[in-house]
Design a binder for this molecule. Structure first.
Ligand code: NAD
Ligand code: FES
Length: 274
């Protein structure tokens, strides 16, 4: 059993942060890796990339958006409550070598995952420019935390209620036009955002890593649920990823596969709150 030691509601209560006591995972987990969590004996398995860790306190931080039955159930948990299983670290760590100036882009809840990866890039000695975006001011998360670990931070909101108006791709394009020292772009967020970032960076020939989140079940390479097409080859995101070379990802197939169960997810959420 794993205890929730801190709970914080963010973004109008639709995004939740849990600090969970998990000393063995906190000791081993690296930026970009994820855990699979099961709330109770009969619960479904939810993959969540870790947003931060405190190795000495034995704590991992997860930040999730309430979208279906299980995440709604998780929101009802409070500090002191126990989670049945937390399995990890899973997946491959992000490559965070020292390469120079990097642009790190996060959209929506993707900023939570980006946070851990930015920390690692910064610790490796890179010059880190972060761009984070949200629909509006209230949906923006981790601005202070991101500003502390980035050399430069740009914030966008779709409606212009805070920061620059527009998508994260707008300041990214500006940086790519103005600076010639960008060695890599790293992106995490909605699939359409990552797809559009890759379309842009391809034109500038800037290597781009993306962190994918296909449907996952076992998280250990057994079920094939998380298959993604990379350079026309099938790869399993849970063991071969979640980070991949963005230029090689078949985003259209990923979009199709991820939309397969949207109706069932909504139905199960509605059923659970009736
Ligand atoms: P969102 O729809 O609020 O978008 C967040 C930001 O992404 C926007 O503010 C914008 O800057 C950018 N963006 C959105 N559409 C874009 C476009 N067409 N072109 C360029 N930039 C664009 O994001 P959300 O509600 O947090 O997430 C939506 C989906 O993303 C969910 O289905 C979620 O599962 C998925 N997601 C994936 C990951 C991941 O691991 N890759 C992480 C978080 C969320
Ligand atoms: Fe089953 Fe990856 S989640 S193979």
């Amino acid at each position: 059993m794993f205890q929730i030691v801190r709970k914080q509601e963010m973004a109008k209560g639709t995004i939740i942060r849990f600090d969970i006591n998990a000393p063995k995972i906190a000791k081993k987990i690296k930026a970009g890796q994820f855990v699979i969590l099961r709330v109770n004996e009969t619960g479904e398995r939810i993959p969540l990339t870790v947003a931060d860790k405190d190795e000495f306190a034995g704590i991992i931080t997860i930040i999730f958006q309430v979208v279906g039955k299980t995440t709604a159930l998780m929101r009802s948990l409070n500090e002191g409550d126990l989670i049945k299983d937390v399995v990890g670290p899973l997946g491959k760590p992000a490559h965070t070598d020292k390469i120079g100036t990097v642009i790190m882009v996060g959209g929506g809840t993707g900023v939570a995952i980006l946070h851990h990866v930015v920390k690692a890039y910064k610790e490796a000695g890179n010059y880190v420019i972060s761009i984070i975006g949200a629909r509006d001011k209230e949906m923006l998360i981790l601005e202070n935390e991101m500003s502390q670990i980035s050399d430069e931070l740009v914030v966008t909101t779709d409606d212009g209620s805070y920061g620059q108006r527009g998508f994260v791709t707008d300041p990214l394009k500006k940086y790519l036009d103005e600076r010639k020292d960008i060695k890599q772009v790293y992106a995490i967020g909605p699939i359409i955002m990552m797809q559009n970032i890759v379309k842009l960076t391809k034109k500038y020939e800037i290597p781009t890593m993306v962190s994918l989140n296909p449907i996952m079940i076992d998280g250990t390479g057994m079920c094939g649920g998380c298959r993604v097409k990379i350079d026309d080859t099938t790869r399993f995101c849970c063991v071969d990823g979640p980070d991949f070379d963005g230029f090689k990802v078949d985003f259209d197939e990923l979009l199709n596969r991820n939309s397969l169960y949207i109706k069932e997810e909504k139905d199960s959420l509605l059923f659970s709150i009736k």
